[in-house]
Design a protein around this ligand. Structure first.
Ligand SMILES: *[C@@H]1O[C@H](CO)[C@@H](O)[C@H](O)[C@H]1NC(C)=O
Ligand SMILES: *[C@@H]1O[C@H](CO)[C@@H](O)[C@H](O)[C@H]1NC(C)=O
Ligand SMILES: *[C@@H]1O[C@H](CO)[C@@H](O)[C@H](O)[C@H]1NC(C)=O
Ligand SMILES: *[C@@H]1O[C@H](CO)[C@@H](O)[C@H](O)[C@H]1NC(C)=O
Ligand SMILES: *[C@@H]1O[C@H](CO)[C@@H](O)[C@H](O)[C@H]1NC(C)=O
Ligand SMILES: *[C@@H]1O[C@H](CO)[C@@H](O)[C@H](O)[C@H]1NC(C)=O
Ligand SMILES: *[C@@H]1O[C@H](CO)[C@@H](O)[C@H](O)[C@H]1NC(C)=O
Ligand SMILES: *[C@@H]1O[C@H](CO)[C@@H](O)[C@H](O)[C@H]1NC(C)=O
Ligand SMILES: *[C@@H]1O[C@H](CO)[C@@H](O)[C@H](O)[C@H]1NC(C)=O
Ligand SMILES: *[C@@H]1O[C@H](CO)[C@@H](O)[C@H](O)[C@H]1NC(C)=O
Length: 580
């Protein structure tokens, strides 16, 4: 009886074990592939990367750049410096945050970090595991939407590191530098093949950055993010919004850790109890971030399941990390329809909580507000988000199948009167979530099949009923994971087969119905690893294949395909030709 329990229980713990006691894998291939048979300290650092849109830094020099911070994170977890806006002499229209990290030596940590200016979050990023020869990576993110913050004087820029190793000393030594790169439109004109295209502007097309951004975040001491431990833990922040506001968008930053790092693979508590398993990562496999104004539900988000560089099989993510690992997506919730609830200069409480959440989540938000010159009337008609949830749990002993289906829909109509006239806006959103989790072979084999689908429609008409604009944003996030373990030939060792197939597919359509932007990022990782409890990964074999393609009707196309076998990049092709 005991033997079986152990057999089952270990695989259930595997993913958790990686982030805690296991040393980062020093696979034989990764030291060979850098051409460093002379394994000296002089070997160049290996570059890690996430497939994303290239920035024009190779072809165009920025109009100006400002270096804000160089810091070595050792025992410190946060650093605050004065932020300097670009000089007035600098002419720019687009700007990027550059976050560079270098580390060396075997470190057993996995971390999550964020960058804030005046409490406004600009970037959420996870950290890769270091190796003996050292690694580095650069994250560059278009932060043009934070215009009103970037141009302010006398603000503080903060970087906060959170070690994801519970009950361990923070033992990371990361060299971090933060700078801003400013580009002008003229530069863009000179380089037609590499335009300043930005995924981030995707959804706010045609919109100028907000006039004011209000942080919905915590205190500086523990980082600005709220650390949420369970579903009853609602964090609130009082805000006062001017009655001149004519548009409001709440941008959520969210990451999940600890018992909820793989929330989509957590079994229901029923199963854990019935089998008397000593695990705490339960509560089933559905999570949602809920946003309230004065206690009233106004928006929900099922986050994209970002897999951090220590996740599922750490060998997968060297040197190409998973989708979103270095630049976690943020999520926009349009609150314009609710302006009538809170744009009266009085205190209103914005709340964030995690439905079914367990320890722990790091969440905060930026409230982007656009102001008009005169007072604005926001008349709203709205149906609060409706929800249907269906669970089907079947299990016998350790084997079972758990299905969860969620459907949400939200609809609101608003009339906004401003100096721009009277505009009627109807926003509808449908969210579909399906999650099928199977445990087989005494629970040693776990199979996940999940899909998150979101469709958001925004239709604007003028006071004569004429359509002024219509946009549709469709997002599909499929995810398939298999983890299968069996006792290996060496004593006490486990052979674990792992597969991750994941996609981030986003489509933005304009009013004529012609697709204006499409992003498709797919990955397919397969392989195995040999584990002995409490030791580094002994051996393994992995492949990581990724396709990234971005198409923009106006600004062109970009695609990149990378194949990695055993940590070696065996193929890496980039094109900027539009197929179709
Ligand atoms: C490895 O080093 C050899 C000799 O120095 C060189 O010819 C070869 O191109 C290098 N390979 C790589 C992948 O850097
Ligand atoms: C190793 O180092 C020696 C001496 O420094 C040098 O001659 C040799 O080319 C190096 N080999 C490689 C593969 O870099
Ligand atoms: C950071 O280091 C770089 C390169 O050494 C240097 O150019 C830059 O001025 C430094 N920035 C700060 C804020 O110290
Ligand atoms: C971190 O602090 C501990 C004690 O406070 C000290 O022993 C250790 O050397 C420090 N580590 C680093 C990398 O500075
Ligand atoms: C980190 O910075 C320190 C001090 O500037 C330097 O000695 C060290 O080589 C750097 N490490 C890496 C991996 O770049
Ligand atoms: C920044 O703060 C200093 C002192 O607190 C003040 O003298 C200066 O005018 C401020 N600058 C701006 C641009 O607000
Ligand atoms: C909002 O609440 C704070 C305390 O939480 C209070 O100091 C402030 O006066 C209030 N403002 C308004 C406009 O009610
Ligand atoms: C892992 O995969 C190999 C080959 O694909 C297969 O022979 C082996 O049985 C698998 N092991 C487990 C535990 O599923
Ligand atoms: C990448 O695209 C190629 C060609 O379209 C396809 O054969 C391959 O399966 C794709 N790979 C992934 C990981 O989606
Ligand atoms: C993923 O890759 C494996 C082999 O590496 C292949 O057999 C499988 O068909 C691929 N799946 C998808 C969905 O591309």
């Amino acid at each position: 009886m005991n033997a079986i329990k152990l057999l089952v229980f270990l695989p259930l713990l595997l993913t958790v074990t990686f982030q805690s006691s296991l040393k980062p894998p020093l696979s034989p291939s990764s030291s060979v592939n850098q051409n460093s048979t002379n394994d000296t300290n002089e070997a160049p650092l290996q570059q890690y990367l996430e497939l994303t849109l290239p920035l024009p830094t190779n072809n165009i020099t920025p109009a100006c750049s400002t270096s804000i911070l160089n810091h070595t994170f050792t025992n410190t977890t946060s650093v605050n410096v004065n932020y300097t806006p670009p000089p007035d002499t600098c002419e720019w229209s687009v700007f990027f945050l550059e976050f560079r990290v270098a580390c060396k030596g075997e470190q057993h940590d996995n971390g999550i970090a964020g960058v804030w200016i005046g409490g406004i979050e600009l970037l959420r990023t996870s950290t890769a595991q270091s190796t003996y020869n050292g690694v580095f990576w650069n994250v560059r993110k278009d932060v043009t939407r934070y215009y009103s913050v970037i141009t302010q004087h006398n603000l503080t820029l903060s970087v906060f590191f959170q070690s994801l190793v519970e009950n361990h000393e923070f033992n990371v030594v990361y060299n971090v530098s933060v700078s801003f790169l400013f580009y002008s439109d003229t530069a863009e004109a000179h380089s037609p093949s590499r335009k300043l295209i930005s995924v981030k502007n995707y959804e706010n097309d045609g919109n100028t950055p907000a006039d004011v951004i209000i942080p919905i975040s915590g205190g500086v001491n523990d980082g600005f993010w709220f650390r949420i431990h369970d579903e009853s833990d609602t964090r609130t922040k009082d805000v006062q919004i001017s009655s001149k506001a004519y548009k409001a968008v709440l941008e959520l930053y969210v990451s999940f850790h600890g018992d909820d790092e793989f929330w989509y693979m957590n079994p229901p508590d029923l199963y854990i109890k019935a089998n008397d398993l000593p695990i705490t990562s339960g509560k089933g496999s559905y999570r949602e971030v809920l946003v309230t104004i004065d206690g009233k539900l106004v928006g929900t988000v099922i986050p994209f399941p970002v897999i951090f560089p220590g996740g599922i099989n750490p060998l997968f993510w060297k040197p190409v990390v998973s989708i979103g690992a270095f630049d976690l997506p943020s999520y926009d919730i349009d609150l314009t329809s609710y302006l009538g609830l809170f744009s009266d200069c009085h205190n209103h409480s914005i709340g964030i909580r995690i439905s079914n959440g367990i320890s722990f989540w790091l969440v905060d938000a930026n409230l982007h507000v656009w102001l008009d010159n005169s007072n604005v009337q926001a008349i709203m008609e709205y149906e609060p988000p409706s929800m249907e949830i269906e669970h089907k749990y079947e299990f016998e002993g350790l084997d079972g199948e758990f299905k969860t289906e969620v459907e949400r829909s939200t609809s609101s109509t608003r009339l906004v009167q401003s100096s721009k006239g009277v505009l009627k806006t109807k926003v509808t959103e449908e969210i579909k979530f399906t999650n099928k989790l199977k445990f087989k072979e005494y629970g040693t084999r776990k199979e996940l099949e999940q899909k998150i689908k979101t469709k958001t429609k925004v239709k604007i008409t003028d006071n004569k009923g004429h359509s002024v604009g219509e946009t549709v944003i469709e997002k599909t996030y499929p995810l398939k994971i298999t983890v299968a373990a069996r006792l290996g030939s060496s004593k006490g060792g486990w052979l674990v087969n792992t597969t991750v197939i994941q996609g981030r597919n986003e489509k933005f359509t304009n009013e004529i119905g012609s697709v204006s932007r499409v992003l498709n990022h797919d990955l397919n990782c397969t392989g195995w690893m040999m584990l002995v409890k409490g030791n580094p990964i002994i051996s393994g074999f992995t492949e990581n294949h990724q396709n990234y393609s971005y198409m923009d009707v106006l600004k062109g196309c970009y695609s990149r395909k990378v194949d990695v076998v055993e940590g070696d990049v065996i193929a890496d092709e980039t094109t900027s030709i539009c197929v179709n």
